[in-house]
Design a protein around this ligand. Structure first.
Ligand code: ADP
Ligand code: MG
Length: 351
């Protein structure tokens, strides 16, 4: 195993977050299919006697009758955040560390992955009372910048775009015309005509994220009326000028709320919806392939296979830090989605 492989392994972190059961999952007496063993290990589809049904005390007649045996699969990740974890906890175990790399001049990226309803947007954006990791990260970033104030001058601007059906759209200035990707020698991958907003405080950021999020492309599908079919990409560009040397350095932080990972086939879609599903899976698949190739230390990384990976080409690999947060429901109602998400995450984690 080469040194570069080990370095790369250290540069990718995979965290699984299990959200609390929702009212529907409680009402339908669904089974808990995730047993969080400790802060690094979980068991998927454990033996039934180990976990309760949500509806305490209600007998489930013949529930093992004709049922396939439990999978009892053990998974180990860099971190497992259980149902009681807060966005603050998730922040502490995921993005807090990468801010140091950012200040050292390395691009960083953070992904939330999972099926629709698994908790991606809650993790990324959160609510007023429970702000998500984007807000917490930015708050910490402003704090970090302050601590370097004596030696460096900072300039910071942000963009918020979505990749929908392999097209890029601006969430800060909605338009039906897709934006084009360009590769610039100096600045790396650029989106032509993108809106850049300068931001002074983390509070300003929150309202911007909320309004941008309302512009995301959403389509009611059979499976889920709130199904999110686009990848939302929030990017922060930091220019640092060192006061003594006058040297200028630019770094980029990308935070990506990925489209729901559920299969197009499972949502009963045809035509346009089916095409969306195929394109969503193309970006997700290609992202997984790139991360795997990087983790294996491969020299050829297939960035060009999808819009999302082209866009993030200079933020994945090399000395960039990457964090993948896989969101799952704890309930048997999402059995297949959870299983697929854990496999995707384990693949990214397997080094
Ligand atoms: P996704 O973006 O993956 O489709 P959401 O983040 O919208 O999923 O979550 C679906 C629902 O579950 C939302 O109502 C959200 O507020 C709630 N939810 C998700 N994660 C949590 C959590 N950790 N704690 C409390 N509620 C959550
Ligand atoms: Mg969402």
């Amino acid at each position: 195993r080469s040194g570069s492989t080990q370095n790369m392994a250290a540069n990718i972190k995979v965290v699984v977050r299990v959200r609390p059961p929702n009212p529907k999952e409680m009402e339908l007496n669904s089974r808990v299919v995730i047993d969080v063993v400790d802060d690094r290990m979980l068991v998927f589809d454990p033996k039934e006697e180990q976990l309760p049904f949500y509806h305490q005390g209600v007998q489930q007649p013949n529930r093992n009758f004709l049922k396939r045996p439990n999978k009892e699969l053990k998974f180990v990740f860099d971190n497992v955040c259980g149902v009681n974890s807060s966005n603050q906890d998730v922040f502490e175990t995921t993005t807090k560390d990468i801010l140091a790399s950012l200040m050292d001049g390395y691009n960083c990226s953070v992904f939330v992955y999972g099926a629709t309803g698994a908790g991606k947007t809650f993790t990324m954006i959160g609510t007023q009372e429970n702000p998500g990791i984007t807000y917490l990260t930015m708050e910490h970033l402003f704090y970090s910048m302050n601590s370097f104030e004596k030696e460096r001058e900072f300039d910071i601007s942000v963009s918020y775009i979505e990749v929908y059906n392999e097209n890029v759209f601006d969430l800060l200035k909605p338009s039906k015309t897709p934006l084009q990707l360009r590769e610039d020698n100096k600045y790396g991958v650029m989106v032509a005509g993108i809106t850049l907003k300068s931001i002074k405080t983390s509070e300003e950021l929150l309202s911007m994220l909320e309004s941008g999020n309302k512009n995301r492309t959403q389509h009611p599908t059979d499976a889920n009326a709130e199904s999110s079919r686009s990848h939302a990409v929030f990017q922060v560009y930091i220019t640092m000028r060192y006061r003594i040397s006058s040297q200028v350095r630019m770094v980029k932080l990308s935070m990506i709320d990925l489209a729901g990972s559920e299969r197009a086939s499972a949502t009963g879609c045809v035509g346009q919806r089916f095409k969306e599903g195929a394109n969503i899976n193309r970006s997700l698949l290609s992202l997984g392939n790139c991360i795997n190739k990087l983790a294996d230390g491969g020299s050829y990384v297939p960035y060009r296979d999808s819009k999302l990976t082209r866009l993030l080409k200079d933020s994945l690999g090399g000395n960039c830090k990457t964090v993948m947060i896989a969101n799952v429901s704890p309930s048997s109602l999402s059995y297949e989605d959870t299983y697929n998400t854990l496999k995707y995450a384990a693949r990214a984690n397997k080094i």
